[in-house]
Design a protein around this ligand. Structure first.
Ligand code: ADE
Length: 241
């Protein structure tokens, strides 16, 4: 069924800006408690409401709010404010050169959303810690848009450990990032389908510094992300992608 109200949750303003421009969105000043940093931008596409929310700037440190904590609160409040029938978690990610992914390639979620650094080896809490939230079915979307798919794993570090890499191998993880599993937790509780679209800025299985790769490739990855998100919005609202 075509989306009538689509919410796109994003962390960094720099990731979102090209999409906000491409979809001709306007700021929605009433969306959040003014004490909170989150920002919303809305527009119309093919008869549907489409909203991008971003995590905003941390006033103490002067940088974008990133990571799982802001993502959960932002997702919940965005859903309350905009009542979407579908949610997209969009942004950048680390990818795996060894599996043939390319810098700037946009990966679609499939299977499940996981936490790679919530490691609680106590019976029952092991699976809880990892999350295992279901991803919406992206088979047709990915086929039509020419995207590769895989599980998306979230945590609160830019750096990657050997233990993370081993976990990614075991769980068919194609994108390592810092928000999607928290958005997935909220969507799972509220029974909303979640798609993730993540553009690769850096290889996590490469000796080069992650931060340097991220800085070098950020603009190109965000341009590709924008193009894919616009096509996905068209597809999900049932216009030619
Ligand atoms: N976002 C972009 N690259 C990332 C990485 N390597 N880890 C976590 N989040 C990212």
């Amino acid at each position: 069924m075509a989306a009538r109200s689509l919410l796109i949750c994003m962390a960094m303003q720099g990731e979102a800006d090209p999409i906000i421009r491409a979809l001709d969105m306007r700021s929605v000043p009433w969306a959040f408690d003014p004490h909170l940093p989150f920002r919303a931008f809305s527009g119309r596409r093919n008869g549907a409401n489409v909203t991008v929310t971003v995590s905003g700037i941390d006033p103490r440190h002067g940088v974008d709010n990133i990571g799982t904590q802001p993502a959960a609160l932002q997702a919940y409040l965005s859903i309350q404010a905009f009542k979407p029938d579908m949610v997209i978690s969009a942004g950048t990610c680390g990818g795996l050169e060894g599996r043939g992914f390319r810098i700037g390639e946009v990966v679609a979620s499939s299977g499940e959303f996981l936490y790679h650094d919530r490691i609680v080896p106590i019976p029952g809490f092991e699976a809880y810690g990892r999350g295992h939230y279901p991803a919406a079915d992206t088979e047709h979307l990915a086929r039509d848009l020419g995207l590769r798919t895989g599980a998306v794993a979230s945590g609160n570090a830019l750096e990657t450990s050997a233990r993370d890499l081993e976990f990614f191998d075991r769980h068919d993880v194609a994108a390592k990032e810092m928000e999607a599993a928290s958005v997935a937790w909220v969507c799972w509780m509220l029974d909303l389908p979640l798609y993730a679209l993540k553009s690769i800025t850096d290889f996590i299985d490469h000796p080069a510094s992650t931060a340097e790769q991220f800085d070098r490739n950020f603009s190109a990855a965000c341009a590709n992300l924008c193009e894919t998100v616009v096509r996905a919005v068209n597809w999900l609202t049932h216009a030619p992608a």
